[in-house]
Ligand binder design. Structure first.
Ligand code: SF4
Length: 370
């Protein structure tokens, strides 16, 4: 469990089956749901009132976001990694061709993404500081700022001073996944490298907030452990960060394990219905928080959750370094995960607009500070 969570796993597992649909409905319409209400939303009984949960989540989302859905795209800059996470194609023990982009290649990829109209960029890399130094990344960000209004990072964790350097270069958001909040399970999944230290990993989200990032994104890799238990830890982590770093907005992502080359047997598979319930629960509890859904999920599912709970969706994504420009790289190199929505940005825009959603390419303007 997240170390600051007051609930124990056995208490959660004992309580959830006792929740009734009437309790879920009573929680649903409270202006400020409590943590107990959150437990009701993730309970098995909530499934019988899922249409009511959808309707209420939609009302809450429209109250805070209107019909807006923000689009963003990832730019993978390196597939080198020194960690050995058993569920990931980039793990160091996986012998395959890797690539790190030069500055020119980064800008070439950026040109294509920007050509789609995307103004919000997520820089992604495997975790290897030698392959992508902080200074190089800061230089890249300064150049990318000419094309993108908002830049966030999902790279290797670093100390506060390095985070500050990137913040000053123009990075405004940071995403780090704890992957699983179950410490004993964590140790069996992260075999080598700095990421094998559970508690150290957990410090970096706070380090990013302390360095000044306006947005800090967190998440658990869904499928590694019982999603109900992970949901409680993730929510508790979000509350803890929000309390300690009130100037920073906490965001939530919901990555679900997809197949990787060489295979990984998902220990606690989570269905699409489970994932929808989980995302609705977060919208019903964290009314104003940004909820992200990536191209790990299929087009129809993403359309569905964009109407009720998700505020940010990626579009037109490539998950290999150089993948936007180079079809050969797409064939030769491994992506970090298998994508289930390969729709173009234009198609995502078209299909979501048809549903009455308002597609937002730019929602950030840097008029104060760096
Ligand atoms: S999950 Fe991240 S740290 Fe782990 S192997 Fe993949 S890229 Fe490396």
């Amino acid at each position: 469990m997240f170390p600051h969570c007051k609930l124990k796993e056995e208490d959660i597992k004992a309580y959830l089956p006792t929740v009734t649909s009437s309790q879920v409905l009573a929680s649903l319409y409270k202006p400020q749901p409590s943590f107990t209400d959150f437990l009701h939303f993730i309970s098995p009984a909530a499934r019988s009132v899922i249409s009511e949960m959808r309707a209420q989540a939609r009302i809450i989302k429209e109250l805070h976001f209107g019909r807006a859905v923000r689009l963003y795209a990832p730019l993978y800059v390196s597939s080198y990694c020194i960690n050995d996470c058993v569920y990931c194609a980039f793990k160091t023990s996986h012998k395959h061709a890797r690539k790190r982009l030069s500055m020119d290649e980064i800008m070439s990829e950026a040109e294509i993404i920007s050509g789609y109209g995307i103004k919000s960029l997520l820089l992604v890399s495997g975790e290897d500081p030698k392959a992508m130094s902080v200074d190089f990344l800061a230089d890249a960000v300064r150049k990318l700022k000419e094309k993108f209004a908002y830049i966030s990072i999902e790279i290797y964790p670093m100390d506060e001073a390095s985070y500050r350097k990137l913040f000053e270069a123009g990075v405004h958001g940071l995403t780090i996944y704890q992957e699983t909040y179950q410490e004993d399970i964590y140790k069996t999944l992260h075999l080598r490298g700095p990421k094998s230290d559970y508690h150290k990993r957990l410090e970096y989200m706070a380090g990013g907030a302390a360095a000044g990032f306006y947005n800090v994104g967190i998440g658990a890799l869904l499928g590694l452990y019982d999603w109900h238990v992970e949901a409680v830890s993730l929510a508790a982590h979000g509350l803890w960060l929000r309390k300690k770093f009130w100037k920073t907005k906490v965001q939530f992502s919901f990555p679900r394990i997809t197949p990787i080359p060489g295979g990984f047997a998902v220990p606690n598979a989570i269905s699409e219905d489970d994932l929808e319930q989980l995302m609705l629960a977060f919208r019903l509890f964290f009314h104003e928080s940004d909820l992200f859904i990536s191209t790990r999920e299929n087009h129809l599912f993403r359309q569905k959750v964009a109407q009720t709970c998700a505020s940010h969706v990626s579009a037109g994504s490539q998950v290999v370094p150089g993948g936007y420009r180079d079809a050969e790289d797409r064939r030769q190199l491994l992506g970090q995960f298998t994508m289930n929505d390969r729709s173009s940005v234009a198609d995502v825009d078209h299909d979501m607009s048809e549903l009455g959603l308002e597609i937002v390419y730019k929602d950030w303007d840097n008029c104060i500070g760096v």
